[in-house]
Design a protein around this ligand. Structure first.
Ligand SMILES: Cc1cc2nc3c(=O)[nH]c(=O)nc-3n(C[C@H](O)[C@H](O)[C@H](O)COP(=O)(O)OP(=O)(O)OC[C@H]3O[C@@H](n4cnc5c(N)ncnc54)[C@H](O)[C@@H]3O)c2cc1C
Length: 355
């Protein structure tokens, strides 16, 4: 498939990287985005953690995705004149003896990325902890609060951004291409996050949306050199003294709003964990475009071959989006195959029932 012009719907982290790689590859494109304030990308901390879960196992495709993400964020950051990514470490305070044991077990199996902190005393003026701490490194923190608006401003300056809500009824599709209002293109690709679960072309994909929340706190005495994890994750924000504290996973919800329960539990946890003073200054919530199989969705619709998707980033958009956006662009320019686990060709039968 050799597309010349593409309409991209959505400028979260998926649409940002899809448009970035279109730009660097010389594919003509426009981005339509309504700048939803509580889109997942605008609420996320931007953490890339190389390990996951209680058993502290490496994340899926760590050796491919993480170096690729570091390179991609550095490149877009250099282009925009911002610091888009910082290499850091996560100090993990073991919340109980079992978690400490689990960590030590992985350590004995020579797990990459983790080590025990020989001397955790320097942490004691700031934190209450009883079972010691380990370190996870390298981890990364993406500067989402700078990257998304700076790339957006670039798109605007290049007249490649249409700031409006995309209406499906106005999309016309033919074998020759797609038309949206006055915009003619060879294909359209949806990077519309949770909206895809109601998208007429892709609603049958097995999405498993869930709600996540975070508090923004001011803690000027907390050192900003690391991320800190206990039952919560604390991530330093680019503004001095500000930390992001999250998160949770709510699977049953009837709105996208922040919940009182999360606020109260998190405030109590912070009070118990931190020895330094802090002030809660904001509370945010967003729905994550997660999937049943915990794998992204990328590729073109089996029936409407000019209609594509890059979505399903779940809890890990910051590490997944750069690599799979690049793979989708390579697929467009050179018919390179997409990784089978993300290619929506695996849902050909179900998608053939659409519309
Ligand atoms: C509390 C929380 C914390 C998180 N922390 C992390 C983290 O630390 N690290 C990590 O890797 N991931 C994290 N995530 C997950 C991450 O946020 C997502 O994986 C990622 O942001 C998804 O990006 P996206 O671009 O696919 O979708 P979105 O961010 O949802 O972007 C979709 C875009 O499409 C636009 N759009 C949708 N419909 C329309 C329409 N009809 N017309 C015009 N525009 C439209 C929206 O305005 C939006 O800009 C977190 C998520 C939550 C909720």
């Amino acid at each position: 498939m050799n597309k010349k012009k593409i309409i991209i719907v959505g400028q979260g982290i998926s649409g940002t990287f899809l448009s970035w790689f279109c730009y660097t590859t010389g594919i003509d494109f426009v981005v339509i985005d309504a700048a939803k304030e509580n889109a997942a990308s605008r609420v996320a901390a931007g953490i890339i953690n190389p390990v996951t879960g209680r058993r502290v196992v490496k994340v899926w495709l760590d050796d491919i995705l993480l170096p690729f993400a570091e390179k991609a964020y550095t490149a877009i950051g250099n282009f925009l004149g911002i610091n888009a990514i910082t290499t850091t470490s996560i100090i993990e305070f073991f919340p109980n003896p079992f978690m400490r044991e689990s960590f030590l077990k992985r350590l004995s199996q020579k797990e990459d990325y983790i080590r025990l902190l020989d001397d955790d005393q320097p942490l004691s003026p700031c934190f209450n902890f009883e079972f010691g701490a380990g370190s996870i490194e390298p981890a990364y923190i993406v500067n989402m609060t700078a990257l998304l608006p700076t790339w957006r401003n670039f798109l605007k300056a290049e007249q490649r951004l249409i700031e409006t809500t995309f209406e499906h009824a106005a999309l016309k599709i033919s074998a020759a291409g797609v038309q949206y209002e006055s915009h003619q293109a060879d294909a359209i690709i949806f990077c519309d996050g949770v909206a895809s679960a109601a998208n007429p072309y892709f609603s049958l994909l097995p999405f498993a949306l869930n709600k996540g929340e975070a508090l923004l706190i001011e803690a000027p005495d907390l050192p900003a050199g690391h991320l800190y994890k206990k039952s919560l994750l604390l991530a330093p924000m680019p503004e001095r003294g500000l930390f992001w504290a999250g998160t949770n996973h709510i699977w049953e919800f009837d709105n996208e709003n922040p919940t009182k329960a999360f606020y109260e539990t998190t405030a109590a946890t912070l009070k118990q964990w931190l020895k330094v003073p802090f002030k809660i200054i904001d509370h945010k919530a967003a729905l994550r475009p997660a999937t049943v199989e915990r794998r992204p969705f990328a590729g073109f619709h089996p029936v409407y071959k000019n209609v594509g998707i890059l979505n399903g980033m779940g809890t890990k958009g910051c590490s997944l989006a750069p690599y799979f956006a690049h793979q989708l662009v390579e697929n467009i320019t050179g018919d390179q195959p997409l990784l089978k686990e993300v290619d929506i060709a695996r849902f050909q039968r179900i998608l053939s029932r659409t519309i």
